[in-house]
Write a protein that binds this ligand. Structure first.
Ligand SMILES: Nc1ncnc2c1ncn2[C@@H]1O[C@H](COP(=O)(O)OP(=O)(O)OP(=O)(O)O)[C@@H](O)[C@H]1O
Length: 804
């Protein structure tokens, strides 16, 4: 194994590099100077050969190293060229015009006979062309310049090549055109020629140095050597060459040492940096780099020139190794960074998972608390409802309010029968025949004087509207003699304003407001019926054609129109229709006096959105016919009959209420159509409100007293029952208990906000807790009045003393 086989660098490569490093001058020679140098070399070669061929005398005009101009001037006569050609190829130019003497050369280089010279040149060119040699133009002598001179030189050198080929025996044929390398013959330094073709060698010299730079490393080395030595003096060359060789030796040894070190370290490095399959030997013996990054093709073995031996191009191999090491290091760094990023990402994901888990747990807890809050809300709602209605129970299921009408027609200072009004008490002045007045006290739940507003009168009623939505039945009556203000209380005056709206409008308005406030938990369907009882016959007032008589016995309520409503205005429209249809008859006492009972019934069906439970409640708003005595009404005939029916039905109503208050075993519902109609809303857990109206005028005293006595009977019984229920305790004690229950309910109001539900803004909102049994909503009036035969009174649990 030779050194070059074992080493990744060759002597030639070291030499080249040393030359490049030391011969900096040659590296900086520009292309133009190199070309000029090459051209000069070729010119000298041509001149020397011509001089040698034609002899000293023939070539006396041609210097050994002529300039371009000297070269052209010496040859422009064509004599030298023709003679040279004839020597090589005798007879090629049959006739050569010779110049007379040296004097033919004039200082400016002009020929004596241009024609003669042209003849020579032309003959020469024709002969050269016939030989297949490269030619030039005759005018090239006259034009001058580099390219013209180059063409002439090229022709001469081709002739030289041809001559050498002939001298060597002229074997084979020589051809024009081949790649080659410039000869250094002009400097006495021969080229190493691989091609034996004479013309090829000659022609190769036509290539420029610039071309050589691309011709491979050996061409590069040659030109480097030439360039390096070209500017040296002849006597300097041996010492320069010696010094250069020393440097080459030093460099070579240095690389050898470095290679050894590298070889020692190589196994580890290569193992780390070079993949196993990156350097393989092909079947032909070539070492091939299987590399994805550029290698510049340097790391290879040319088996054709090295007889199947390979060697590494040392420096470039080293560079490749370094590149690979750098690449691997870079990749290792990248991998490290990626690992770190992955680690950070993992931590981030873990953190997110923890947070997500926490959020999820919190959400679960929140959901759980919401669920228990929701069920708690339902419980509280239910409890609140019970408590609320217990309060209403304690206030009494039958409540009687007295209202005194003001004087009509602006009569300010008339004598009134009302002596005084205080809370629930009203004192009536009763004149005596003998001039001595007496007073009579009547007690009710509350007495409203002439100045009481519609809103104040409605206040206690308002509390019961909520009970209707909770599934209870409520019955509100307006009782009193004709013209005492019943319609005013229930509906309002003829000209309605917001302030003058009666109980009917206010009750319905509140009903819709409350139903809307509960819409998240309850869904309500509200519908309305409007009936009239006239002469003991029930009529449907919500018909647009004729007033429909009921069936045979005059009672057929289920057939009455039940009109769904969704707003107060819906109800007002229906009430207007009902009032229009209501039988109105003129009497001596009141031209607007109604001779029939009118009953507006509101049916409410509520569905609990959570539990699906259904509640049914109803509210009867009854404007009773006038309660005046027949004799005073001065009526006869039909009017008298009407009055008798009215009085009879009112008496029946009084009896029923009194029986309910006394908790009698028998309640006489069937004594009138009115009580039959209202049966479901009278008694049990139903609430009954009666507004008793009186007129203040002295001439109405008789009616006033009879009205108050009727009302007192009902009211007294209820209040008396309350006293008895409390083992003889008075109403004060009952009020105290209500107050404590209110306080208990107020504590309930302290629940979290979302557990509360809206309540109407009324003092009755403050609730209390009671030990009494929970109220159960009575069944709504789904039964025909005519079908009712049983007494639906609550079982009497306590002794009721009606004679209080
Ligand atoms: N509180 C009041 N304030 C002012 N005016 C009133 C009041 N109460 C009644 N009036 C007026 O008294 C008159 C009679 O009232 P209303 O018609 O309400 O009596 P009524 O009892 O309904 O009579 P009827 O039994 O004949 O229907 C009406 O003009 C009414 O406007």
């Amino acid at each position: 194994m030779t050194t070059e086989e074992a080493l990744p660098f060759s002597v030639a490569s070291v030499l080249e590099e040393v030359l490049q490093q030391n011969g900096t001058r040659s590296r900086v020679i520009d292309l133009a100077s190199r070309k000029a140098e090459e051209a000069a070399l070729r010119r000298y070669e041509a001149a020397m050969w011509l001089r040698k061929t034609v002899g000293v005398v023939g070539g006396k005009d041609l210097p050994a190293q002529p300039s371009e101009e000297e070269f052209r001037l010496a040859l422009r006569s064509g004599i030298v060229l023709c003679n040279v050609l004839n020597k090589i190829h005798p007879g090629a130019v049959p006739k050569v015009v010779e110049g007379p003497s040296d004097s033919v050369i004039i200082p400016d280089g002009a020929a004596l006979s241009a024609f003669q010279y042209f003849e020579n040149v032309r003959n020469f060119l024709v002969a050269v062309e016939e030989l297949g040699l490269p030619t030039f133009e005759a005018s090239d002598f006259e034009q001058g310049g580099k390219s013209a001179t180059a063409r002439i030189i090229n022709c001469v050198l081709a002739l030289k090549s041809y001559s050498e080929w002939k001298q060597s025996g002229g074997h084979g044929s020589w051809k024009f055109g081949a790649n080659g390398k410039p000869s250094s013959a002009g400097t006495g330094k021969p080229f190493m020629r691989k091609n034996s073709e004479p013309f090829m060698n000659s022609f190769s010299r036509t290539l420029s140095v610039g071309d050589l730079s691309e011709a491979g490393s050996s061409g590069n080395l040659n030109s480097l050597v030439r360039a390096f030595l070209s500017d040296r003096k002849q006597e300097e060359i041996p010492s320069v060459v010696e010094s250069m060789l020393n440097k080459v030796m030093e460099e070579f040894e240095r690389r050898l040492a470095s290679q050894n070190e590298q070889m020692k370290a190589a196994p580890t490095d290569v193992a780390v940096s070079v993949p196993d399959n990156s350097l393989t030997r092909s079947s032909s013996g070539d070492v091939v780099m299987e590399d994805e990054f550029p290698t510049n093709g340097k790391m290879e073995v040319n088996t054709a020139e090295c007889d199947d031996q390979y060697y590494y191009h040392g420096e470039e191999s080293k560079t490749q190794l370094l590149k690979r090491q750098m690449l691997v290091e870079l990749q290792q760094r990248n991998i490290l960074e990626l690992k770190q990023t992955l680690h950070i990402t993992k931590e981030g994901v873990q953190l997110l998972q923890i947070k997500y888990q926490e959020e999820f747990n919190n959400f679960g807890k929140h959901l759980h608390s919401l669920a228990s809050a929701a069920s708690g809300y339902q419980r509280v709602l239910e409890e609140n409802r019970k408590l609320y209605n217990q309060v209403q129970d304690l206030k009494g299921n039958i409540r009687v309010y007295c209202r005194v009408r003001p004087f009509l027609n602006g009569q300010p200072n008339l004598v009134t029968t009302v002596d005084s009004i205080e809370e629930g008490n009203i004192v009536i002045t009763i004149p005596s025949k003998y001039g001595k007045e007496s007073r009579r006290l009547f007690s009710f739940n509350k007495v409203f004087g002439p100045a009481a507003t519609q809103a104040a009168v409605f206040q206690d009623t308002q509390a019961l509207i909520r009970s209707v939505l909770d599934g209870f039945n409520v019955c509100i009556f307006a009782y009193g003699q004709t013209g005492s203000g019943k319609t005013f209380t229930m509906t309002g005056p003829n000209e309605l304003t917001e302030e003058s709206l009666g109980v009917n409008y206010r009750a319905l308005s509140d009903l819709f407001v409350l139903a809307n406030q509960r819409k998240d938990t309850m869904s309500y369907d509200i519908s309305v019926q409007m009936l009239e009882i006239y002469n003991e016959q029930v009529r449907d007032l919500l018909v647009t054609d004729e007033i429909r008589n009921s069936s045979q016995n005059g009672i057929n309520v289920p057939e009455a129109n039940l009109v769904p409503v969704s707003s107060t205005s819906d109800v007002i429209n229906l009430m207007n229709l009902g009032h229009k249809n209501r039988a109105v008859s003129s009497t001596a006492m009141n031209d607007r006096s109604s001779r029939s009972h009118s009953c507006l019934t509101v049916h409410v069906q509520g569905r609990n959105l959570t539990s699906g439970g259904i509640l049914r409640g109803s509210m009867h708003l009854v404007d009773l016919a006038g309660s005046e005595r027949v004799d005073k009404s001065e009526v006869t005939g039909d009017r008298l009959k009407e009055a008798q029916h009215i009085n009879k039905s009112l008496a029946a109503l009084g009896d029923v209420i009194a029986s309910l208050a006394q908790k009698s075993t028998h309640v006489p519902y069937r004594n009138s159509k009115l009580t039959q109609l209202l049966q479901d809303s009278l008694g049990g857990q139903a609430k009954t409100l009666m507004f008793v109206h009186i007129s203040p005028e002295p001439d109405a005293l008789g009616e006033t007293l009879s009205t108050l006595k009727f009302a007192e009977r009902v009211a007294t019984v209820e209040l008396g029952a309350a006293r008895v229920n409390k083992d003889g305790s008075d109403v004060k004690e009952l009020k105290d208990q209500i107050a404590s229950l209110k306080a208990a309910l107020a504590r309930k109001d302290g629940e979290p906000e979302h557990l509360q539900f809206a309540r109407p803004s009324t003092p009755d909102r403050l609730k209390m807790k009671s030990g009494s049994s929970s109220p159960s909503p009575s069944n709504s009036s789904s039964q025909s009045v005519g079908d009712v035969s049983s007494n639906r009174r609550q079982p009497m649990e306590e002794v009721v003393n009606t004679q209080v």
